[in-house]
Design a protein around this ligand. Structure first.
Ligand code: NOJ
Ligand code: CA
Length: 670
């Protein structure tokens, strides 16, 4: 074989090559570092460009199409030849600014496969593939070339054809902002699914499909195709096109993780590894933490966002929240409804929002200075009504003002079906708009909590000031949703579906279950499950959602006060999606461990093996469990607190009530 394919000897060990008559290989394979996964690209110059994947030599993804339908051009998906390859390998460990783990290993074999059409205008396209031991990612790259300059993608043809009609957990795209329940069906029964999707394979394996580094492209959704497959369905522009591009450019990475168990799916860091390292050099101002806020009382309709007799965000109330935060290891206070623009139909009149001018009963300067004096950060709320034109016009003035007071957090809201009255929330337009805001925020040293965002794809590695996102059917639905509140199964699905995409601003922590304005609606979990979720559902910014009055003199609040939001490492000990989850995490800044266990509508007993604890140390287990009479239906707030000295290897039996939970801090004693 001639060495035009740039395959160094080390890579030949991991690369199979089949040549066609004209000397071009028709197939190239990339193996994972442990050789268990093989990703093979097939391009014979005639038929369709495709790939297939084997795991332990068994086919897991059968021949699946690759390529694009382009506007006013021939389809770029067949008659392609492999004209060159460039292989590389990496084994590096990098340190996260914040996250579920302090150190992440990036270990993969990669290859850029250069493709060119055999005839016609001889357009070129590269496929870049990276294969890890626990999955793979690939993306399309369009090199600079006269035959393909500016172009429009009418359809992406990428398929994922599995070896069987596996069970799949998915969120329907018919629900906006990703605020959908996860549901389980056969793959063939999907309508249009957001990614991530998680498959429970008939072959005993779990798979998760998502994407990484979504940048200047449209979000990938999935529709059923073929016998047991799915096809990419990019979110379109309002004119029906999917992506407007100009070479050189590339798509986001399509990712598939593979594992024999859910713990492996949750532990995969492929998405983060496929994103670029931080573009922010000095990250000292980017700090994870907990927050309370003038928020739940608004969603319970006790107080209003707009000014008037029941205005929530008054100077007095905000200062009380700041005092509570300062005294209780809560780093920040969110304040919603402080600024002008909330009266009337704000979704329609989003131009009326000011991001600098406060209502008369909220003294912006006084509150900011007070927070500063108490060492508390303000999370300043900017609802835009999805009017990013208006927001970007005022963003410099707003972020500049917040920075002047030493404040580093903004929560953005984008409530409205269309961005700027025209485009969907995760089409290419929105992806670019959201990125512009993240970059602006970085410039002013602002960390973002985005609501109604584009779902995360690991971009927070590159922009660690993009801290957390809603993109979830979160706890606000427990205040007013017509179905009476999130069903108990929901939180056991989140870590293995939406949660796989990244930080989730779910906002648990409700202790007061009364809801006078909407008595048929409430948090459908026990109080102990509220606590356990701080461990089970990850976000570097976690809210304690209730009003401080609900926490005063309540023992259970000690857990919220203690629990960190930044971790040294994380392990799922046991889980069945939709039934129960038990997760442990080690604090990044101490020797303490935390355990969270939650269940669906069924009560159950879980056995926790404390093998994860560090050897040779003794811990005080501070256990917040469902009380003996606790039940989601009739006694959700009953809980018990107990203490026990334990060390590595001990066993604990956790009794969970219906929609119950158990939260444990393992405080290291020596
Ligand atoms: C929806 C957000 O999810 C919620 O947190 C916020 O309070 C409202 N929009 C108002 O902006
Ligand atoms: Ca929302």
């Amino acid at each position: 074989m001639k060495n035009i394919f740039n395959l160094p000897l080390s890579t030949l060990l991991v690369t199979a090559c089949v040549l066609c008559a004209c000397g071009h290989p028709t197939e190239v394979s990339v193996l994972s570092p442990d050789h268990s996964l093989a990703f093979t690209v097939h391009a014979d110059g005639n038929g369709a460009l495709s790939y297939q994947v084997t795991k332990d030599k068994e086919p897991v993804i059968d021949a699946s199409r690759l390529g694009f339908v382009l506007k006013d051009q021939d389809t770029l998906a067949s008659h392609l030849e492999i004209i060159g390859t460039r292989s590389y390998s990496k084994d590096e460990t990098w340190e996260t600014v914040w996250g579920e783990e302090k150190f992440i290993r990036d270990h993969h074999n990669g290859m850029v496969i250069s493709l060119q059409e055999k005839g016609g205008s001889r357009r070129k396209m590269d496929l870049e593939v990276r294969v890890f031991d626990d999955g793979f990612g690939f993306r399309y790259c369009f090199p600079e070339q006269p035959a393909l300059e500016k172009f429009a993608v009418a359809d992406e043809l990428t398929e994922f054809n599995f070896s069987g009609d596996h069970d799949i957990w998915w969120m329907s795209r018919s629900t906006p902002y990703y605020e959908a329940y996860g549901q389980k069906t056969k793959m063939s029964q999907l309508d249009t699914a957001y990614t991530p999707v998680t498959l429970e394979g008939q072959d005993g394996r779990f798979y998760s499909i998502h994407e990484a580094a979504l940048t200047n492209w449209a979000k990938m959704n999935l529709v059923p195709s073929g016998e047991h497959g799915m096809k990419a369905e990019l979110t379109p522009w309002s004119d029906g096109m999917k992506v407007y591009a100009e070479a050189p450019c590339s798509s986001s990475w399509r990712t598939v993780t593979v594992s024999p168990d859910l713990a492996g799916i949750a532990a995969s860091r492929i998405m983060l590894n496929l994103n670029e390292p931080s573009k922010i050099k000095n990250t000292s101002w980017i700090k994870p933490g907990k927050y309370i806020g003038i928020w739940w009382i608004l969603h319970k309709f006790q107080y209003t966002w707009h000014d008037g007799p029941r205005h929530g965000a008054t100077t007095k109330r905000t200062k009380e929240y700041i005092d509570f935060a300062a005294a209780n290891n809560i780093q920040a206070v969110l304040v919603e409804g402080w600024n002008k623009g909330w009266a009337g139909d704000w979704m329609r009149n989003s131009e009326g929002f000011s991001f600098t001018e406060a209502y008369p009963d909220y003294d912006f300067d006084e509150v900011m200075k007070y927070a500063q004096s108490k060492g508390v950060q303000m999370i300043i709320h900017n609802e835009t009504g999805a009017n990013t034109n208006h927001y970007l016009k005022h963003i410099d003035e707003a972020y500049g003002l917040y920075q002047k007071y030493g404040m580093h957090y903004v929560k953005t809201g984008n409530v409205n079906m269309l961005m700027d009255g025209k485009e969907e929330h995760d089409g290419q337009y929105a992806v670019n708009r959201f990125r512009e805001i993240v970059e602006k925020a970085a410039h002013y040293q602002i960390c973002l909590d985005e609501h109604e965002p584009v779902i995360p794809t690991g971009v927070n590695r590159t922009w660690p000031n993009l801290m957390t996102h809603e993109a979830i059917r979160g706890q606000e639905h427990d205040a007013w949703e017509t179905d009476g509140g999130n069903k108990p199964e929901h939180q056991t699905v989140v870590p293995f579906l939406r949660g796989l995409a990244g930080p989730t601003d779910y906002t648990f922590g409700t202790f007061d279950y009364s809801n006078p304005a909407n008595p048929q609606c409430r948090v459908r979990t026990t109080l102990a499950k509220q606590l356990a979720q701080y461990v089970v559902i990850y976000s570097p910014l976690q809210m304690a959602s209730d009003d401080p009055s609900a926490y005063r003199n309540v023992k259970a609040f000690d857990f919220i006060r203690d629990v960190p939001t930044d971790w040294y490492c994380t392990k799922v000990l046991d889980a069945v999606i939709g039934d129960y989850v038990m997760t442990v995490r080690k604090d990044r800044n101490s020797e303490d461990w935390y355990l969270g266990a939650i269940t669906d509508e069924n009560k159950r007993t879980l056995n926790a093996s404390l093998d994860f604890l560090d050897a040779g140390k003794t811990y005080l287990a501070q256990i917040y469990a469902d009380g003996p009479v606790a039940s989601n239906e009739s006694n959700p707030t009953s809980y018990s607190y107990s203490e026990l000295k334990v060390s590595k290897g001990a066993r604990l039996q956790l009794k969970l009530a219906t929609s119950g939970g158990c939260a444990i801090r393992f405080k290291c004693l020596e």
